[in-house]
Write a protein that binds this ligand. Structure first.
Ligand code: ATP
Length: 249
């Protein structure tokens, strides 16, 4: 579904990604975990066409997409749920969802869009109850549902999720992760970026660990959850010791 080969990304002179390669197979949930500033968001933004200073190759279903603008990447079947939700706060829930289907209205897919709205409301009944509410007044968990719903309105084959658990209570995180599992069973492939490594590895098939712009580990989620270094660094214990160990101190 997604193949990234030797990707580098830059902000001015700063190299945020260095020679990153990864892949996501159709029907998988894949986690990308790493500490603050590791380059996780940069990675998703590079796939979505939001980072211009990059080189390397990105393929979606064997079509090269790294030269395409963001709207063509959405049309190719990739939607991103951005870090911090970035919903349109002054607009209603319904208006936010409709904007997610913007490209499809242009293509006269009104009937399909209607069906997808019902699908999103079935996944998130709370959004239907609150469809006329101003989005900025929703709770954090509801805003995350809206951000996911808005991305689904583009009918993606691949969903890029950037830190969906951020700032949410454990029970809400559990609900969001359950929904991600359900999406997979309904044919959506998922690449999820998380600092909450436990929550995302628990629902994913495989994972990659990103550190200072480089992939330093990869494997099945089960192996990563049981990996001593990952446990120490990302599953609640001593990150500093981990870094020192890796750097040979
Ligand atoms: P977090 O979990 O804190 O969101 P992250 O793993 O998503 O972190 P990125 O946001 O991708 O990390 O940042 C990777 C590196 O690129 C960091 O060193 C960051 O300071 C830098 N960076 C990110 N965005 C910009 C920008 N717009 N201009 C300059 N540097 C940036």
């Amino acid at each position: 579904m997604l193949k990234i080969k030797n990707l580098h990304a830059y902000y001015g002179h700063i190299r945020a990604l260095e020679n990153v390669s990864l892949h996501v197979r159709c029907g998988e949930i894949v986690s990308l975990i790493g500490a603050n500033g590791a380059g996780k968001t940069t990675m998703l933004n590079a796939v979505s066409g939001l980072i211009l200073r990059k080189h390397g190759e990105v393929y979606c279903e064997n079509n090269r997409i790294d030269h395409l603008p963001p709207e063509k990447i959405v049309a190719a079947g990739i939607s991103q749920v951005p870090e911090g939700r970035q919903i349109f706060a002054p607009m209603t829930v319904m208006e936010n969802l409709e904007l997610g289907a913007y490209l499809r209205f242009q293509k006269n897919e009104k009937e399909a869009v209607k069906r997808d709205l019902s699908w999103v409301f079935e996944l998130f009944p709370r959004l239907q109850e609150r469809s006329r509410q101003i989005a900025g007044t929703l709770s954090g968990g509801e805003q995350q549902m809206l951000a996911i719903g808005r991305a689904l309105m583009a009918r993606p084959k691949l969903l890029l999720l950037d830190e969906p658990s951020m700032g949410l209570a454990p029970l809400v995180v559990r609900d969001i992760m359950n929904t991600v599992c359900r999406l997979r069973s309904e044919g959506v492939t998922v690449l999820i970026v998380e600092q909450n490594a436990h929550a995302s590895l628990n629902i994913s098939d495989r994972g990659y660990v990103l550190e200072i712009g480089k992939i330093i580990l990869q494997g099945s989620s089960e192996d990563l959850l049981n990996d001593g270094d990952v446990k120490r660094a990302y599953l609640g214990k001593d990150y500093k010791t981990f870094l020192e160990g890796r750097n040979g101190h």
